[in-house]
Design a protein around this ligand. Structure first.
Ligand SMILES: C[S@@+](CC[C@H](N)C(=O)[O-])C[C@H]1O[C@@H](n2cnc3c(N)ncnc32)[C@H](O)[C@@H]1O
Length: 194
């Protein structure tokens, strides 16, 4: 059936384009020392959101939640919708992703997206940090910085990339096509300001 063939060719083309994007952007960003845009989906998304919800449900007061490299708002938008009492901030340096996030979140008063390099941002008031970055600066410095600046009791939920200094409370396996991959749940590893 020609109609069916057209659909199959279209699906194949889309998959091929996604694959090419994935390989090219991954290679280019790794060469530049950056993390590429790969949105959190599937089991990883469910696990990260579940962990964040558990923390936010029992949080007393108004929590500040930050996503470092927020992409198109995949994680922050559902959380901001579920927890209008808390405040959410996403830092994303790619103009297009940031614009898409802002459009998607237009009605959410408790959610802000900033087009900014998170390395230059101030987020020492964050009680919960989400992260799916781990190349270059993030690999070397982010764990130390979070451990130094976040209030005691803060949590960090990191996908795939380990963070130094922070105390690992748990790691949840993702088992991606045979590649060992984890969601890491971290706490600040010092006594300090609340
Ligand atoms: C792997 S994606 C994760 C997106 C989103 N957090 C999610 O889980 O769906 C990483 C994102 O971080 C952004 N990014 C990487 N380094 C950044 C930096 N220093 N400042 C701001 N954004 C950054 C990339 O542009 C990309 O959109």
């Amino acid at each position: 059936m020609p109609g069916m063939q057209v659909i199959l060719v279209l699906i194949f083309d889309i998959l091929a384009l996604v694959f090419i994007y994935w390989v090219l952007s991954g290679t280019l960003c790794a060469a530049l020392g950056h993390t590429a845009f790969v949105p959190t989906i599937g089991k990883a998304k469910r696990l990260m959101l579940d962990e964040a919800r558990r923390y936010l449900e029992t949080f007393r007061g108004r929590a500040v939640v930050v996503d470092l490299g927020s992409g198109i708002g995949t994680l922050l938008i559902p959380l901001a919708r579920a927890f209008p009492q808390h405040r959410f901030v996403g830092y994303e340096w790619i103009r297009l992703w940031c614009l898409i996030s802002k459009i998607r979140a237009a009605r959410l008063k408790n959610l802000t997206f900033r087009r900014q390099d998170f390395k230059t941002a101030h987020f020492s008031d964050a009680h919960l940090v989400l992260s799916y970055v781990g190349i270059g600066y993030a690999e070397k410095n982010l764990g130390d910085r979070l451990n130094r600046e976040l209030p005691a009791g803060a949590r960090v939920i990191a996908q795939s990339f380990r963070m130094r200094r922070l105390k690992c409370l748990r790691r949840i396996p993702l088992n991606r096509v045979g590649i060992p991959c984890f969601i890491f749940i971290y706490a600040v590893n010092r006594k300090g300001k609340q």
